[in-house]
Write a protein that binds this ligand. Structure first.
Ligand SMILES: Nc1ncnc2c1ncn2[C@@H]1O[C@H](COP(=O)(O)OP(=O)(O)OP(=O)(O)O)[C@@H](O)[C@H]1O
Length: 466
């Protein structure tokens, strides 16, 4: 399970250590290349078990600017601020996702998990004529779902909603659809509602409360929200629901050119795999097939997956360009385009590919397709992208500039000079035994000293601020 933004607040409050200004943050920034490393081979009998892709440390993006600041055209740096978090759960950037990453490369058939759970499928395409039942879908909830589970009494612990109380949300644009307080208020369809229940999402996060009604209304969206705020569901739910509500297209099995209805672009292999894992849960037993394609993995397996049909394609820009140039993917049927972590994609130098994919291939133009752009920050380049890719869009900002500092719990404790070393050693060992690997301690006055200590303890460490 990934740690989330609000989760970090709660955990920080509970577990901020004493003596130093201590912050357990996401791991240090890792500037990934667009060509991640090859995934480890997983023998067939182990596929589908939990243990996702190899982790790569990654810092958490900074908070988004408020619209007012955006309008003043202030260029926000797209650096990644540290966010405190005492949780031992790995973040999207720091550890494996549930559900087995390597199966993401080869798709559902290898996902394991025991196939159909036997639970209802709602009104998905599974129940419609034309859905090929040979295409049996592994149960993405297999690791969490048991026959005896009382879903109603369970809640996804991924997000602590109490921490959301004071988070400012701003929208701008005309005719902004009102936010919702529950998923039930939105007409997402039975099949998707069933999967939301299986995910144990009891209520929407702030970005979901606002973004889902906007997207369901068919509006383009520019959303600034922090990592871990529930963005994946915010763009996946409207896409899946929209696909289900429209007439099911004739899926051409075995066609050399795949024609997805939705494209989700993300900067890295890890993010793509995690979106894929989440999207498979949301679309389980709906007949909506999600395929992922990213660089650094054999293209042939991905081609085979595409040939089996795809409604939602999750892809990194480089691999997608490759597939487009080989004419193995066509974007002519795209109705939904979502760009996740757009600022990271630009930081990683993907702007030319993104512009080519969106503007120079066969994708329907803005206004015809529906476009959702998600970014943690809103610098000039993102503003330009938004004005080029979006039509009559609504701007949504969840959180505000500098809000990441609100997530850092600070506690000062006076310790005798002679006790500092042992106190810090205790602190570091406590963190390590709690499984808080990859977390960061900050203590301006102790930095060189901590450096020395962590080299003993093997706890990863970075400094925050000057
Ligand atoms: N409404 C919800 N209720 C409970 N948990 C949720 C809800 N929405 C999302 N989550 C959980 O919160 C965690 C973070 O969500 P998600 O990964 O979608 O955030 P994100 O903003 O996309 O993060 P990132 O920036 O890393 O892409 C996940 O474990 C997810 O399952």
């Amino acid at each position: 399970m990934r740690s989330s933004w609000a989760d970090s607040v709660a955990n920080a409050e509970e577990s901020a250590p004493a003596t130093v200004t201590a912050t357990a943050t996401a791991p240090a920034a890792n500037h990934q290349s667009g060509r991640p490393t090859l995934s480890a081979y997983v023998p067939p009998h182990l596929r589908g078990r939990s243990g996702g892709p190899p982790s790569e440390n990654q810092a958490v993006p900074a908070a988004a600017p408020a619209p007012a600041e955006v309008r003043s055209a202030a260029v926000q740096p797209s650096g990644y601020a540290a966010v405190v978090g005492g949780s031992s759960r790995p973040s999207r950037w720091s550890g494996p996702a549930g559900g087995g990453g390597s199966s993401a490369i080869v798709g559902p058939r290898q996902g394991g998990g025991g196939g159909d759970s036997g639970r209802g499928g709602g009104a998905g395409w599974n129940s419609r004529p034309g859905w090929d039942r040979r295409d049996r879908e592994p149960n993405p909830f297999a690791n969490t779902e048991t026959a005896d589970v009382d879903f109603e009494s369970q809640e996804n612990a991924g997000i602590n909603f109490d921490a959301y109380e004071d988070i400012p949300v701003e929208t701008s644009g005309h005719d902004v659809p009102p936010p919702v307080n529950t998923f039930a208020e939105i007409d997402l369809g039975d099949a998707l509602n069933e999967n939301i229940r299986r995910c144990k999402y009891v209520k929407p996060t702030p970005v979901q409360r606002h973004a889902i009604p906007i997207a369901i209304a068919g509006r383009d969206l520019m959303a600034c929200a922090q990592t871990g705020s529930g963005k994946t569901a915010a763009f996946c739910f409207p896409i899946i629901s929209g696909i289900l509500k429209s007439r099911p297209p004739q899926r051409q099995r075995g066609s050399r050119t795949a024609c997805p209805l939705a494209l989700i672009l993300s900067p890295t292999r890890e993010l793509s795999m995690q979106i894929h894992e989440e999207a498979k849960k949301f679309s389980y037993q709906t007949g909506v097939r999600v395929v992922v394609a990213y660089g650094g993995a054999p293209i042939h397996q991905q081609l085979r997956e595409l040939e089996r049909g795809v409604e939602i394609l999750v892809a990194t820009p480089g691999r997608l360009m490759d597939l487009l140039e080989r004419a193995r993917v066509s974007l002519q049927m795209i109705k939904y385009l979502a760009l996740d972590e757009a600022d990271r994609m630009l930081d990683m130098g993907f702007e030319p590919q993104i512009r080519k994919i969106v503007d120079q291939m066969d994708m329907p133009p803005r206004g015809v397709r529906q476009t959702m752009l998600f970014s943690a920050t809103f610098p000039k380049e993102i503003q330009r992208l938004a004005s080029d890719f979006l039509a009559d869009y609504i701007f949504l900002a969840v959180g505000r500039v500098g809000s990441s500092t609100d997530l850092i719990a600070q506690r000062v404790e006076f310790v005798l000079e002679g006790d500092k070393r042992s106190y810090l050693m205790d602190l570091l060992h406590a963190q390590k035994s709690n499984g808080a690997h990859g977390k960061v301690l900050h203590a301006a006055s102790f930095v060189p000293f901590i450096y020395f200590l962590v080299s003993f303890c093997g706890v990863s460490f970075t400094t925050v601020g000057p």
